[in-house]
Design a binder for this molecule. Structure first.
Ligand code: GLU
Length: 424
């Protein structure tokens, strides 16, 4: 019987039937990964094997720079079925990773089509069209990567996608989610999904996360969202607003949490139902608008007790266009930093204050230092997360050079990043 790594096969052994994907195997033995995520090994001469589906190999098209980015925008025809059309764009990260058995390390090598082959249930939910944008770990992304990705997302929506899924490394997913939230006003769902554990591990969260993401992509939630495990069990995923979400654990499957907001809702993995908790933009409510400008020369600076104010001087003197400070508590830095805040704002470098507490709202009107920071021109980031504030600042500075307009846009809620009263 002819089969190869990645093929979907059936193994019969003494009346028991096992189905799964062929893993790297040793001579005379075969290992498969089953739908449950568990691997099983068999001696070849004690089993009967049937080939169910052969793996289609996809070229590894890693895209860098704009010329190559354009190539990813070629229009591929949609399949002919009547399901929702969903574009699945792969950027890399653990959800696109597998073990490199040569080195033992996890590398980002799965393509969007590999994901579809590995999670066949996805095909019952929508008609998918896969594209590889890049095969990188998300720590290697930058504002140009967000812009390239946003161009492809917008192109997909223009050419008929009813929803877009982006598979992404989890480490910096909240930055990309925030960037897309500011750049794109969307009439359809744009869903970012990743996994904390790679596909070769029995505890991998990749298939449940991807299935929940697909359900959100065909739902009426026309927002940029992050869909990931809600608990450590395989019961539901949470749907987080792209500007209110943060990775809060390095390894747990339920690492992503909505901060200062309830999640938009949850997807029940068993019933496949979506329950929502807060107001959200509905499918078709807003026309597609794309404002891709981004100023990369912005910094997020964490204040720590005793920190030398010269840190701020570095950014001012080195041509940075905007600063976000992660202050203490309600949003404070030491009195020694205040002249530097004044120096920045005199030079028309906006300075936004956020809190390293993450949860809660900035209020620089309670203590002297806060009051003096406001007098020096600092802008309170309200209940916006520090990372979201940074991305917002980059985006606002990419839209206008008018300092007063910059300040008023920074104070305004643009994409759900500032809530009127802080929840949760
Ligand atoms: N550091 C990698 C990334 O963010 C892997 C982590 C992950 O995907 O969960 O892409």
């Amino acid at each position: 019987m002819e089969f190869k790594q990645g093929d979907w096969i059936r193994i019969e052994k003494k009346g028991a039937v096992f189905e799964g994907q062929v893993m790297p195997s040793m001579e005379e033995y075969i290992t498969i990964k089953m739908k449950s995520g568990y691997n099983a090994g068999f001696s070849m001469n004690s089993v009967q094997i049937t080939l169910l589906e052969s793996k289609e190999k996809n070229a590894n098209r890693s895209i860098k720079g704009c010329e190559e980015c354009k190539k990813t925008r070629e229009k591929l025809p949609w399949p002919e079925k009547k399901l929702h059309k969903v574009a699945i764009l792969s950027t890399g990260g653990t959800i696109a990773s597998k073990i490199d058995y040569r080195t033992g390390a996890v590398t980002s090598q799965f393509t969007a089509d590999d994901i579809l082959a590995a999670i066949p249930e996805l095909r019952e939910i929508a008609d998918f069209k896969g594209k590889v944008i890049s095969s990188i770990l998300s720590e290697n992304m930058n504002s140009e990567s967000w812009q390239n990705l946003a161009h492809v997302v917008v192109e997909e929506i223009h050419t008929g996608a009813d929803g877009v899924i982006i598979t992404h490394g989890t480490d910096t997913m909240m930055y990309t989610a925030a960037a897309l939230s500011f750049m794109i006003e969307t009439p359809v769902p744009i869903v970012l999904v990743g996994s904390q554990r790679s596909a070769d591990r029995p505890s991998s969260d990749n298939s449940m996360n991807a299935i929940c993401a697909a359900l959100v992509a065909i739902s009426d939630i026309a927002e940029v969202s992050v869909v990931m495990h809600g608990t450590t069990s395989d019961d539901f995923c949470e749907i987080h607003r792209g500007t209110k979400v943060r990775k809060m654990h390095s390894s747990r499957r339920d690492a992503f949490k909505s901060i200062n907001s309830l999640p938009i809702g949850v997807v029940d993995y068993n019933t496949r139902e979506i329950k929502t908790f807060i107001d959200y933009t509905k499918r078709g409510e807003k026309p597609l608008k794309f404002k891709p400008g981004m100023e990369p020369k912005c910094a997020l600076v964490k204040f720590i007790p005793g920190a030398d104010p010269a840190v701020l001087n570095f950014y001012i003197e080195n041509g940075y266009k905007g600063l976000v400070l992660e202050g203490t508590g309600l949003g404070h830095v030491s009195t020694t930093w205040i002249p530097l805040i004044r120096k920045a704002t005199y030079a028309k470098i906006p300075v936004v204050i956020t809190s390293q507490c993450l949860s809660g709202r900035i209020c620089d009107r309670v203590y002297d230092t806060g009051y003096d920071m406001i007098k020096a021109g600092a802008i309170e980031g309200e209940d916006t997360l520090p990372e979201t504030s940074l991305v917002k600042l980059m985006w606002v500075l990419g839209q206008t050079n008018d300092f007063d307009k910059v300040v008023s846009m920074l104070r305004e809620d643009i994409s759900g990043e500032i809530t009127e009263s802080t929840q949760k």
